[in-house]
Write a protein that binds this ligand. Structure first.
Ligand code: SAM
Length: 403
C-alpha cells in the first residue's frame, strides 16, 4: 500500500524544504535534508506543537499557523504525516474524485494528496493567510494548480461555493467550536451543511488525531449523522450507534505503516516523538439519500485493535455489522484455512466462519475459516454480481435500530 504513494511523498520533501527556506529568508542547505542546526531549530517547534496539540491541547483552535516558527515546524513535520494519512484514506474511496475542496487545509497536505491521487481541480481553504500563502508557494514549486480561499465556519463565513466529489477536513474538526459536550451539535451541523455540497457518489472525509478525546468526539458526531440517516463508507460497517462509545475507555483509530521520510525521522528524534506508524481516526460519509455501501457476503469484521497476544492464543477486537466484539483463537486450532488470523493488522477486514460465542465475543477454532476481504487502507469490495444480497444484521442490545 505504502509503495503507491511513497515516491510522490519523497518528491515533496525538497519542495517543503525549499519553500520553508524561502519563507524565512535565511540559509542555504542541501536540497533534500535539513542541516543539523535547522533540525535543532525546527525540532524545538515540533516539540512545542506536539505538546500544544496533544497534551494540554492549549494550541487546538489557537492561531499557531500564524506563527512563522510553528508554521515551519508544521510544514516540515506534520505536513508529510497528514499527506500520507490522506493518501491512505483516499485509497478507501469507491471512486477517484475530480473536484475537491480541502477545508482547514493549513499549507495543503490533503489538497496535494488529492491532486497526486488524480484530482483535477482542488481548492484549499483555511482561516490562516500565512498557511494559504505557503500552500500557494508549494503549488508553484510543484507546478500544480491550486486555488485557495479564506474560510472560517465559526465566523459564519460560508465555504467556497460549488459541488464537489470530495470534501476533506484534516485535523481541523477538533479545533472548531471549543471543547466539552457542547461541541457535538455544531460540528455535526457543519458536516451536514457541507454534505449538501458533496455530489452524488461523492464523499466527505474527516481525519482527526488518534487521541482518545478527539477520536470519541468524532464518533459522537458520527452518531448524530448516522441517526439522521447518513451512510458511512469507511471505516464503519455497523449501522447503529458507535459501540466504542459505550465504555469511556474505548475509542477507535487506524494505524498504518508508512514510508517515513528521513527529515520526519530526524525531527521526531530531535523532538522526542515517535512517528514510525501513522495513527488517525477517520470517517468517510456519503451524501444524504445514499444508502450504506452493500457488503460482500460472510460474517465480516474490521480489526480495530492491535494484536492482543495471550498465552497460547491470538486475540483482537473486531467491529462489523454485528457490532464490536472480541475475536480469539488458540494456537492449537491453527489450520491452513485460518492461519491468516495470526497475522492480522489493525484496519484489515476479514470474513470468518464457524464461531462460538465466548466472553465478550467469539472464539474461532479448527473448523473456522478466515479470509481477508480488504487489507487495511483498501476499500471493502461490493458483493460480486452472483452473490445474493446480504441479510440485515441483527442490532446488538443497547444500540439504536438500523436506520
Ligand atoms: C492541525 S491543522 C491541519 C492542517 C491540515 N488540514 C492537515 O491535516 O495537516 C488545523 C488547521 O485548521 C485551521 N483552523 C483552525 N480553526 C479554524 C477556523 N475556525 N476556521 C478555519 N480554519 C481553522 C488552522 O488554521 C489549521 O490550518
Amino acid at each position: 500500500m505504502a509503495d503507491a504513494y511513497s515516491r510522490d511523498l519523497e518528491r515533496w520533501i525538497p519542495r517543503l524544504i525549499a519553500v520553508w527556506r524561502q519563507a524565512r529568508r535565511k540559509g542555504d542547505g542541501p536540497e533534500t535534508r535539513l542541516t543539523p542546526q535547522e533540525i535543532k531549530e525546527v525540532g524545538a517547534g515540533v516539540k512545542q506543537l506536539s505538546h500544544g496539540l496533544t497534551r494540554e491541547r492549549q494550541l487546538a483552535g489557537a492561531k499557531y499557523m500564524d506563527d512563522p516558527r510553528l508554521l515551519g515546524a508544521y510544514l516540515l513535520f506534520y505536513w508529510p504525516v497528514s499527506y500520507a494519512q490522506a493518501r491512505q484514506a483516499l485509497g478507501e474511496l469507491p471512486n477517484r474524485p475530480r473536484q475537491v475542496l480541502d477545508l482547514g487545509s493549513g499549507p495543503g497536505p490533503l489538497a496535494f494528496a488529492a491532486l497526486d491521487a488524480g484530482a483535477a481541480e482542488v481548492t484549499a481553504a483555511d482561516r490562516s493567510k500565512p498557511a494559504l500563502t505557503l500552500a500557494r508557494a508549494l503549488a508553484a514549486e510543484a507546478g500544480e494548480a491550486l486555488a485557495t480561499r479564506e474560510w472560517d465556519p465559526t465566523r459564519k463565513a460560508a465555504p467556497p461555493e460549488g459541488q464537489f466529489d470530495l470534501i476533506t477536513m484534516g485535523h481541523v474538526l477538533n479545533e472548531l467550536y471549543g471543547t466539552g459536550d457542547g461541541v457535538t451539535a455544531p460540528r455535526a451541523a457543519l458536516l451536514e451543511q457541507l454534505l449538501t455540497q458533496v455530489k452524488k457518489n461523492g464523499s466527505l472525509l474527516v481525519m482527526e488525531p488518534a487521541l482518545r478525546e478527539t477520536s470519541r468526539a468524532l464518533l459522537k458526531v458520527r452518531d448524530v449523522l448516522v441517526g439522521k440517516g447518513y451512510g458511512v463508507r469507511a471505516p464503519c460497517m455497523f449501522r447503529g450507534n458507535c459501540p466504542a462509545l459505550l465504555k469511556e475507555s474505548d475509542w477507535c483509530h487506524a494505524e498504518r505503516s508508512w514510508p517515513m521520510p528521513r527529515v520526519v525521522e530526524e525531527l521526531a528524534r530531535a523532538a522526542g516523538l515517535h512517528k514510525e506508524s501513522l495513527k488517525m481516526s477517520y470517517l468517510v460519509v456519503a451524501p444524504k439519500g445514499e444508502a450504506w455501501p452493500e457488503l460482500p457476503r460472510g460474517r465480516l469484521f474490521r480489526i480495530v485493535s492491535e494484536p492482543l497476544e495471550g498465552k497460547g492464543r491470538q486475540r483482537y477486537i473486531g467491529c462489523g455489522p454485528e457490532g464490536r466484539v472480541g475475536l480469539a483463537m488458540q494456537d492449537k486450532h491453527r489450520t491452513e484455512k485460518n492461519e491468516r488470523f495470526f497475522k492480522l493488522h489493525r484496519g484489515d477486514v476479514i470474513a470468518v466462519t464457524e464461531t462460538e460465542p465466548k466472553g465478550d465475543g467469539f472464539a474461532l477454532d479448527d473448523r473456522s475459516e478466515v479470509r481477508i476481504v480488504a487489507q487495511a487502507g483498501r476499500g471493502v469490495p461490493p458483493p460480486s454480481p452472483e452473490e445474493e444480497p446480504r441479510p440485515t444484521a441483527p442490532t446488538p442490545q443497547g444500540s439504536d435500530p438500523l436506520p
